[in-house]
Design a protein around this ligand. Structure first.
Ligand SMILES: [Zn+2]
Length: 252
């Protein structure tokens, strides 16, 4: 199990550093978490920029908040929110929360994500939830809302009004894939809306069938994208090559 945890820690770091490369980061804030057996979580410690994180900075935390291994301390708000989502969805292994700019902008619009507009948005057609803003200190309230938003198994992304986004996945690669395409879809939506021109949308039926196509191919595509992400991170910091898995593929 310890080897497996070490590999997961490395992949959490690849995802967080990848978040810097793709502009999903917010200084030292925001967290990615992974569920382990017995309610334990892996979650990045608070205080370092994502680009500075190494596998030692990924904490193993017991259900009651006790840090079992890793360097640093956790952020109470992050732990509360992430634990709520993991408890609500035992099928979910990875939970990623960011304030990534385009998806956050879309979360702040009344309409939200337009899942009939651009192909990448159709991945989320019928699979996106919304929660209202509760305030910085209202983590329990936000955690409760997130728990409700994701407890329906179909939800793969949550747009948090006036705040940011969250994606969930059966593994790290899947959560990253959804985070990545949520941002790309949101960017396309913001650009399309900014033209001020009449927009063309696909039918409800086409959006639903395209979502099914996305999900059919998702596991393989997500693993391929995550392997590419690891290589991007290594190009940025060659020392990160030490954390690459022998196979070069994610199987968490
Ligand atoms: Zn946040």
């Amino acid at each position: 199990m310890s080897d497996q945890i070490e590999e997961l820690r490395r992949d959490v770091v690849f995802a967080l550093r990848g978040g810097v490369i793709h502009g999903f980061h917010e200084g030292v804030d925001n967290h990615f978490s992974v569920a382990l057996p017995d309610g334990r979580l892996l979650i990045n410690s608070y205080g370092k920029h994502w680009s500075e994180l190494t596998p030692e900075d990924i904490l193993e935390v017991a259900d009651d908040g006790t840090v079992l291994s890793g360097r640093g301390h956790w952020d109470r708000a992050a732990f509360t929110i992430h634990r709520a989502v993991h408890q609500a969805r035992p099928d979910v292994v990875a939970v990623f929360h960011t304030h990534q700019p385009y998806a956050t902008a879309v979360a702040n619009t009344a309409e939200g994500l337009d899942t009939r507009l651009v192909q990448s948005a159709m991945l989320f057609h019928g699979h996106v939830s919304y929660v209202d803003y509760a305030g910085i200190a209202r983590t329990q309230a936000e955690g409760d809302q997130l728990r409700s938003a994701v407890k329906d198994d179909g939800s793969i992304a949550v747009l948090m009004r006036n705040h940011g986004v969250m994606t969930v996945g059966a593994n790290l690669a899947e959560a990253w894939y959804r985070l990545y395409f949520l941002e790309r879809a949101s960017q396309a939506q913001v650009l399309a809306y900014s033209t001020g021109r009449e927009l063309v949308r696909v039918t409800e039926e086409t959006a639903a069938s395209t979502a099914a196509q996305w999900h059919e191919a998702e596991a393989g595509s997500a693993a391929t994208l995550f392997a590419a992400l690891r290589r991007e991170v290594v190009r940025e910091d060659p020392k990160a090559a030490d954390w690459l898995p022998a196979t070069g593929r994610v199987d968490a």
